[in-house]
Design a protein around this ligand. Sequence first.
Ligand code: SF4
Ligand code: SF4
Length: 404
Amino acid sequence: MINWHQLRKRAHLICFLIFLVLPFANVVRFDIPRQRFYFFGYELWINEFGIIFFALMFLMFLIVVAAVVFGRVYCGYLCPQMIFSEASAALERRLRRWLKPRELAARAATYAVLALASVFLAFVFIAYFVEPRDLLRRLATLDIHTAAGISGAVVTLVTFLDFAFVRLHFCTTVCPYGYLQGMLSDSNTLLVRYSDPKQDCIECTKCVRDCPMDIDIRTSPFQIECVHCGECIDSCEAILARLKKPKPGLIHYSWGVEGRSRFPFDAKRVILAIVVLFYAGGLSLALSMRHAVLVRISPDRATLYQKGADGRIYNHFRYSIANRSRTAEAVVFSMRQLPEATMTLRSNPVAVKPGETVNGEFDISVPAGRRREFVTHFDLLATTIPDTVSDTFPVTFISPMETP
Ligand code: SF4
Ligand code: SF4
């Protein structure tokens, strides 16, 4: 049989490592100073609304599906609040045992360790919003602005108070996920259920004593405090094993209160799966269509055209190149479908450093004195090198309609 406690502690360790790695590997991170959203290696600019929308909707529906299907299993197995609360409570118990009977020393040692851990955790938490290496450099050189210093101190203090005093009370009072779960669960949601048709319960209350949320699962499987951790399942099985009663025990995971052991695949779950797939597909498509270098070109129509001293007709254009990649790029401008035209640009290709936006302007001219339409449609091409990705911009050239 599965030992849920061991499984949970392994899941906690993996989640803790993921929590540490995510901001440093830019897997999921929202960089506030640079206004960038990092998502699985992609550096998204805040104006890439389409991709950010799909990413957020995908994550949101993933949470909804997890709540509908697995209930509060997220709380018991994956939630950082649960992981750190249980770790701090375990630390306190251990220090009390080691330093017995010096109660004051045990408490002081607990708070000292939690204070150090809070500084570290606050650093990791802030790294989700500020570039971690930059944050570390600033801390090392004490280059901290007042606002950043106050924010860091507040996050550290809140973290310390949370894990020293609030702990799991957070889950039953202010955590919105618990209330969301209450609204989303249905008759097929996974829950922890007590069932004793043969009246085997010996009223030992071990399941209650081992419950991290201090509840008695025997009274109801629908208690808002229950985080579906499965600790009471292990407790009951251990007790019944001593009494040589056959497994499983009196408490189990089940799909719904009727005790189904098989995953129910109903219409609601099918629809939710389709919605998640839709947003996952939209996100993949948006990411695959994304150009690392974003070029914008617009004609300057403050004056429709100008006649140059060299006898040519000039139209003025502006460009903006945003390099959203992590490598240096360059853009070559060219044109087609405008005979005898010349492009005057300070430098072509235009070099753009990683993360940089370059704005500039250029002229396109044609010889005067030819019969032309007032408006000639043609294409401007912006080719990124070394990737050789081309963007085509249909634009217009305005002429004075002169005849020779
Ligand atoms: S009742 Fe059982 S599953 Fe629910 S929180 Fe307590 S120990 Fe965990
Ligand atoms: S651990 Fe099992 S036997 Fe003991 S009180 Fe809980 S349900 Fe009954």
